[in-house]
Design a protein around this ligand. Structure first.
Ligand code: IVH
Length: 718
């Protein structure tokens, strides 16, 4: 090769690598964002972005993943559903996973979905695909297991594989049969459907909450979630929940071979099913149904956020299979968000764990699609500037399904002249420290970050409290009973000023029970029930003295470090000792190189990690945590083995028994990869009809095993 050509090629490779690196960083960031929002939605039932925004982020991820499949890591949301099940309930392993669903924003995306199904199944235009369509209920999915006609277990979806056992709560829901006709029902039957709260019951519940001086529920879905996960079934019973059956999990037998007949069969057995339900033969028919329900949405009496389309024939579904995230045979055609006009009463500033200042609009309470809305994050000051939002403005607010709403637009015509525009503060509203705006490097250029940050670090009480909250939170140390309220109290009592203090709490208490745990009854000071809760907390803390390295790193609150990068870094260094040792003795450059070599770790994360492990204050925090008696477990990931795990497979020619898409799914299901070119790294070649002869020859030369389609099917069936 001429040296110019060589140079050209190597510069091409460099550009490609640096582009990939940028994409990797971006993807990592998106994974992080989705994880955060999943947590807010599934765990806290308190989402912070609109459904539409959420869908947009997911869509972006899918697009990038499609172009760069090699950058997908185990943290991709396309490989995961929902959130971890709560420890409050017994766990139930689902016999078949309870998956999520893919979304379509418009008719074009529905058509694209149906085209992809035709391709996958090799059904041409002359053949009709039958679809069922039904409303997408905005509640919580549940699984009901009947054995010999008796309701045995009711469970939540949880993380899709393992849910929470909420049998007693489920039994309080009117309409869910406790027994079904044993003669007609399969011996074992798992019904799946949605638990929801009607608008009437939601309003009633909030009236009661209000009278009792309790916090109001934001929307029917939150109320349903809170009610379903009550520890005392009597509490659930008070909160009138309802149920629609729309699917099934496992069954010992099924009397029909299609969805439509089965749903009618379930209805016959006594399950509530949605009457707005139909069988259709074309996308145009589906869209007419969609438009009709959209028009009647407000009068249904419960929240729905779209229409679900499903392939009717079960044999086709079986062939289509599911991704880790959703079945291919269903899609949700989403409704547009609901909107309302209200007034901005005030803009408050919250200071987060890493010091980021987030402006939040306090709104004049307004009802949007059944939910009372009174505040909305404005994200950052750039956003305020871009939308020119001022206190006193009338604004359009939008809520899509289940989320903290979004200010979309100021109604300028209604603005009074005297409103002043909002500028970012120079000092932190909590601790008074200087506020800075970080810069990010984009290649050679520098760009300013959108957010501003308080530099107070450990001096800023807001940052310290948020750090402790993060430390104790579900994805970090996961300490039961040490939530926002308790942390605020312990902080103001000066009992917890840093995460380390959590592990000395019991000792401090035993040495000298502080007034905080005492309460007054009449004229006497007693130590009673409050003490019990403290003792419970100590137990919870003691249960968590052992932690995996990735969670430990995440809990430290290192800037930009999310769960997925923590996982990668933990997997690389294996132990906390190795990290402390390596990052302090190696040069910054060397550590940088090591960290950046990990697929999925970007520059920002790498810098933060090195900074955290070299800065004496933060390094000290790690050392003190270990000294307090914590065990950080060395990192060992378990991998499930199949006959073709981690193998790379290539197909050449046309397959007779299935489409390439279907073959790919099967291969990936067994833990192998389908590649597009042949190299020495290829393990197996499947030669279909009219294979590329050169590929077969090359495979033979390399000593790669070549299968015919039949041989391959036998091989993996074995
Ligand atoms: S079908 C995933 N049908 O939507 C395929 N799901 O975001 C099986 N949902 O987890 C479910 N109404 O909780 C199906 N008519 C309907 C639904 C529905 C609501 C929920 C369900 C699912 C979620 C996906």
């Amino acid at each position: 090769m001429s040296s110019k050509k060589q140079k050209d090629q190597s510069s091409l490779i460099n550009t490609k690598n640096s582009l990939e690196k940028k994409v990797k960083i971006k993807l990592e960031k998106l994974y992080e964002t989705i994880k955060k929002h999943d947590f807010a939605y599934y765990e806290n039932h308190n989402p912070t972005i609109s459904d539409a925004e959420y869908d947009e982020i997911r869509r972006l991820i899918l697009e990038i993943e499609k172009d760069y499949p090699s950058l997908i890591t185990s943290n991709s949301p396309s490989l995961r559903v929902g959130a971890e099940p709560s420890e409050k309930f017994k766990k139930v392993k689902h016999s078949t996973p309870m998956l999520s669903i893919q979304n379509a924003k418009n008719k074009e995306e529905v058509i694209a979905w149906s085209d992809s199904l035709r391709n996958f199944l090799r059904i041409d235009e002359n053949n009709i695909i039958e679809y069922v369509a039904e409303p997408k209920i905005d509640g919580l999915s549940a699984s009901l297991i009947y054995e010999d006609g008796v309701l045995k277990v009711g469970a939540t979806r949880g993380n899709g594989k393992i849910g929470e056992d909420i049998t007693e709560n489920i039994k309080t829901i009117k309409g869910i049969p406790h027994t079904i006709d044993k003669k007609r029902a399969p011996k074992f039957l798992e019904i799946r459907g949605e638990v929801y709260m009607s608008h009437d019951n939601f309003n009633l519940l909030n009236e009661i909450q209000d009278k009792q001086g309790k916090e109001l529920f934001k929307n029917p879905r939150n109320a349903a979630a809170g009610s379903l996960k009550q520890l005392d079934p009597k509490e659930t019973a008070k909160r009138s929940l309802e149920f629609f059956a729309y699917a099934w999990g496992s069954a010992s037998s099924l009397p029909y071979d299609n969805h439509y007949d089965l749903i009618n069969f379930f209805k016959d057995l006594g399950f509530p099913t949605n009457d707005n339900f139909g069988l259709f033969k074309s996308i145009d028919e589906l869209i007419i149904f969609y438009e009709d329900i959209l028009e009647r949405r407000g009068s249904l009496g419960y929240d729905i956020d779209g229409i679900v389309y499903k392939i009717n024939r079960l044999d086709w579904r079986e062939r289509l299979q599911s991704t880790e995230h959703h079945p291919r045979w269903a899609i949700a055609h989403k409704f547009p968000a609901e909107k309302a006009v209200t007034k901005i009463l005030d803009i408050e500033i919250q200071v987060g764990r890493t010091g980021v200042l987030t402006p939040v609009a306090r709104l004049s309470p307004v009802n949007i699609g059944g939910a009372l809305v009174s505040n909305s994050s404005l994200h950052n000051f750039e956003e305020i500037k871009r939308k020119d939002i001022r206190i006193g403005d009338m604004v359009w607010v939008q809520r899509a399904g289940d989320v903290i709403p979004q200010v979309i637009k100021v109604i300028k015509e209604k603005r009074k002249n005297d409103l002043t525009s909002i500028n970012p503060p120079d000092n932190c509203p909590v601790c008074g420290s200087k506020v800075v705006r970080d810069k990010i490097k984009l290649g050679k250029k520098e760009k300013e970050e959108k957010y501003i940050r308080c530099t107070g670090e450990f001096k800023c009480s807001s940052q310290v409290i948020e750090r402790i909250k993060h430390f104790s939170s579900k994805s970090a140390f996961d300490i039961d009973g040490l939530g926002e309220k308790q942390i605020n109290e312990y902080y103001s009592e000066k009992l917890i000023k840093s995460p380390v203090d959590i592990f000395y709490l019991e000792k401090k208490y035993k040495d000298n029970p502080p007034p905080f745990w005492r309460y007054t009854s009449g004229s006497k000071t007693k130590i009673g029930t409050i003490k019990d809760s403290a003792l419970k907390l100590f137990e919870a803390i003691n249960r968590k003295r052992e932690i995996d390295l990735d969670r430990f790193l995440f809990s430290l609150g290192i800037r930009h470090l999310g769960l997925s990068s923590a996982d990668l870094i933990a997997n690389y260094y294996k132990s906390i000792d190795a990290m402390l040792e390596n990052i302090s003795s190696n040069s910054i450059n060397q550590s940088m190189q090591e960290l950046l070599s990990l697929d999925g770790v970007g520059e920002k994360v790498a810098i933060s990690i090195i900074d955290f492990f070299q800065n004496s204050d933060t390094r000290q925090l790690i050392i003190e945590l270990i000294e307090s008696g914590i065990t950080v477990k060395n990192y060992n990931k378990e991998i499930k083995e199949t006959k073709i795990s981690d193998k790379t497979i290539l197909i050449t020619g046309t397959l007779k028994t299935m489409s390439r898409a279907e073959a790919k799914v099967k291969i990936e299901l067994l833990g192998a990869k389908l590649s597009s070119s042949l190299s020495k790294k290829t393990n197996y070649l499947i030669a279909g009809d009219k294979p590329t002869v050169s590929k077969v020859d090359k495979a033979n030369n390399f000593g790669i095993r070549v299968f015919s389609e039949e041989e391959w099917n036998d091989f993996i069936e074995e």
